[in-house]
Ligand binder design. Sequence first.
Ligand code: FES
Length: 89
Amino acid sequence: RIVSTPQGIAAMSMICTHLGCIVGETADGFQCPCHGSVFDLQGRVVSGPAPRPLRWLEVSQTVDGTLLVNSAKEVNAGVFYQPLESRKS
Ligand code: FES
């Protein structure tokens, strides 16, 4: 899931950290349909059995402005990427 805020852009994995099901969005965050884990909007575990928060993934940008999400590289929760256009001001 891509999140765009005034702080920048972030990508959060929708793969449940329990056994890998795809979580669904709720009004308050995310819920896993398989065993009921609940995550808040930042991906933190509200209730298990998920053992870890949802993963935040590295976001970068090519020279032509295309945004890239590196699903193999995790970043700390709360790390937002600043798009190149927003750095010019
Ligand atoms: Fe998500 Fe089990 S796979 S709670």
